[in-house]
Write a protein that binds this ligand. Structure first.
Ligand SMILES: Nc1ncnc2c1ncn2[C@@H]1O[C@H](COP(=O)(O)OP(=O)(O)OP(=O)(O)O)[C@@H](O)[C@H]1O
Length: 365
């Protein structure tokens, strides 16, 4: 609704909706006609048969042509039971046909062969995870768009305890790297590794307890803030305590605003978190990820802003058109005159300086 209103899309959307309604109306009319014909046939035919039997049988009785009135009545009663039996068989047959149609779809889904590599038996679930993450010569294309490679022989290494950032223009392939690390897809060639083993070999439950993500558009569910932070851990043997939930919220910078809400951690966030601001949703998503005490934390950030924290990153990879075009620390990359990273930073500094100049001029005037 807000999008339709903001872009004055009411009339156009109305026309689209009207078109769909007309289609639906036409289909309903067809169905009504077919049903009418069926109803006429099923009510008219038995009555017609009864009338014919009465007429012909009555003649036989009146002419004393070997049929007594008792026999005619018995025949009519039996005919009634028989036609009821046939009509029941008809409705059972149509139910069976409907059920078979629906079952076809269900079995189609059940029998769909999985596209992912089968898990080894037993799947990996080591007692310790150091958190070394690596993409090795990874080439990848999305199944929905097989013609276009999204990642092209990409390499990335994040040692335990280190912070590695992927930066670069929109559509370069950063989120796709994250999706591969989450094991949502498998690479076409190359390997995605955690502690030197392919991520496909790990038990999925174990894996996602050690690798957490905060996605670009965090998804919250229509339940309380506490339940959203705990998501998936309720009833688990290591379900976090109230203290641990609060600790995660404090680390995510969410605790103060949560306490400011009327019901604190019990506040309902609404469908998809509509009762919260974008920033608040993101902080709750960060608390949800931290609550698991992951060894690897993936933060997929939509904004392109490089802030002062960039200086503190251990390694920065500039990703463009599915390739790593530059790699190094903030200082090293800034030193590459004409390099993509230094251009990105310069653009941002220019924008900031222009904004500062405008502000200063406004203050003076
Ligand atoms: N589910 C998908 N199916 C098909 N193509 C996709 C899908 N998701 C992303 N793409 C395509 O893959 C390419 C890389 O997208 P990706 O989201 O990895 O870029 P990004 O660098 O994270 O961009 P941004 O900085 O805007 O988040 C884009 O061209 C995009 O259109």
């Amino acid at each position: 609704m807000p999008t339709v209103r903001s872009f004055a899309g009411g009339p156009a959307q109305g026309r689209l909706y009207r078109g769909k309604l007309d289609e639906y109306y036409d289909l309903n009319k067809q169905e009504a006609r077919a049903y009418g014909a069926y109803a006429v046939a099923t009510t008219l035919l038995p009555n017609l048969v009864t009338a014919l039997v009465l007429f012909y049988g009555g003649q036989l009785v009146l002419n004393e042509d070997g049929l007594t009135s008792g026999q005619l009545v018995s025949f009519l009663l039996l005919l009634g039971s028989l036609s009821e039996g046939f009509s029941n068989m008809g409705s059972i047959f149509s139910s069976i046909t409907q059920a078979l149609g629906a079952a076809d779809k269900v079995f189609e889904l059940i029998r769909r062969p999985p596209q992912s590599t089968p898990l080894p038996i037993p799947p990996l679930a080591p007692a310790f995870c150091s958190g070394k993450v690596e993409l090795r010569d990874v080439t990848f294309r999305y199944p929905a768009r097989p013609a276009r490679p999204v990642l092209n022989k990409i390499n990335m290494l994040a040692e335990p305890g280190k912070v590695v950032a992927l930066v670069g223009p929109s559509g370069g392939g950063k989120s796709s790297c994250v999706a591969l690390l989450e094991n949502f897809y498998e690479p076409e060639s190359g390997m995605v590794l955690l502690d030197g083993r392919k991520v496909q070999e790990y038990d999925p439950h174990w894996y996602h307890r050690h690798v957490s993500i905060v996605s670009q558009e965090p998804m919250l569910y229509a339940r309380s803030i506490r339940q959203n932070i705990l998501f998936g851990l309720e009833g688990e043997p290591d379900e976090p305590s109230e203290g641990e939930i609060i600790e995660a919220a404090v680390l995510a910078g969410a605790h103060d605003f949560i306490l400011g809400l009327q019901s604190g951690y019990d506040t309902e966030v609404g469908e998809r978190g509509v009762c919260l601001s974008g920033g608040q949703k993101q902080r709750i998503a960060i608390a949800r990820a931290l609550c698991r005490r992951p060894r690897v934390l993936l933060l997929d950030e939509a904004t392109s802003a490089l802030d002062s924290d960039s200086e503190n990153l251990d390694s920065i990879l500039v990703v463009r058109d599915g390739r790593v075009v530059e790699q190094g620390t903030h200082t090293e990359l800034l030193g590459k005159v004409g390099g993509m990273y230094s251009q990105l930073v310069c653009k941002q500094v220019d924008a900031l300086e222009t904004a500062n100049t405008i502000c200063n001029e406004q203050e003076k005037s």
